[in-house]
Design a binder for this molecule. Structure first.
Ligand SMILES: [Zn+2]
Length: 298
């Protein structure tokens, strides 16, 4: 049985640095349970006190990738064939804005998305887990894949035409510094792509502390507003927000087939389609679901 430890509590917002923060929820469904605070100024929600680095690393051992831990990720090596649909659809949208150049996937895991991107761009990755990072180094070379973080990589400023943070930013305990580093790494006219949850979505506001997105590996919980505002503050010139995602329904349906065991599983397509179309309903800050993808142009 793992034991978890936490760092000292934060006294200011990790996103806007304001010190007007307050206790929001105790997340008791998680293992380990933790508490989240909210910033009264920018409405950013964050784990506080934050999980210690040591405990955070223990979340991402082999069990995380093979599904034997409480908190786990599906092993994308087994499902690349299905994930290709979503990866290629996303790359098609990215191609509308940036063609060719150096492509950095932050949190590149086993490199499935990078492999798809390598047909169009020169692939690079950053991956904190040595378990998946070493595998990806074998695919793309040691110089292309950095095992570490956005704060200790060897890459040069202005080097990347595209940087992607797909379901990665919520794992970062220093979101402002991470986004600033992405800005520095981005070439002039480069594009940063971010997929994370929108906590202004009804899903999050109705389910409150029971919302399944509150996980021990997630330190940072954004809204569409505070994320786009932060990106502009850092210097990105133009922001485009996709709700739910930057591709259509069909690739999502094709990807879902990876979990199918019988012909009856096609019934799940109705649920996925309803979710997809419900996610298109949004006005201002309000949205029916929490799904969003943000494109920020330098
Ligand atoms: Zn704040």
């Amino acid at each position: 049985m793992k034991t978890f430890t936490f760092d000292s509590p934060l006294t200011s917002c990790p996103l806007c640095k304001n010190d007007a923060i307050y206790f929001l929820y105790a997340i008791n469904h998680a293992n380990p349970p933790f508490t989240v605070y909210k910033c009264n100024s920018c409405k950013f929600i964050f784990m506080n006190p934050p999980l210690s680095h040591q405990s955070e690393h223990s979340l991402y051992d082999e069990g995380y990738y093979t599904g034997s831990s409480d908190y786990s990720y599906y092993d994308e090596r087994k499902t690349e064939r299905y994930s290709q649909y979503v990866w290629n659809a996303r790359l098609q949208t990215i191609q509308d804005y940036v063609r060719g150049g150096n492509f950095l996937d932050v949190g590149c895991s086993f490199g499935g998305f990078l492999h798809a991107a390598s047909q169009l761009y020169t692939p690079y990755g950053i991956e904190p887990s040595a378990y998946s990072g070493k595998y990806t180094q074998q695919r793309f070379g040691k110089d292309a894949i950095h095992i570490g973080t956005l704060f200790d990589h060897p890459f040069k400023r202005n080097f990347f035409s595209v940087i992607t943070l797909i379901e990665v930013l919520e794992h970062m305990r220093q979101p402002f510094e991470a986004l600033t580093e992405c800005y520095n790494l981005c070439a002039p006219d480069g594009l940063l792509v971010i997929q994370t949850a929108n906590m202004d979505g009804l899903q999050a506001t109705i389910q409150k502390d029971r919302y399944g997105y509150f996980l021990p590996g997630h330190f940072s919980y954004f809204t569409k507003d505070n994320l786009t505002h932060t990106l502009k503050k850092i210097g990105f010139k133009k922001i485009k927000v996709f709700q739910p995602v930057d591709f259509g329904l069909l690739p999502k349906l094709m990807k879902s087939k990876m979990n199918f065991k019988s012909i009856y599983d096609y019934k799940s397509w109705i649920r996925i389609a309803l979710y997809h179309y419900a996610s298109k309903i949004h006005a201002g800050n309000c949205a029916l679901t929490s799904s969003m993808v943000v494109y920020a142009f330098k």
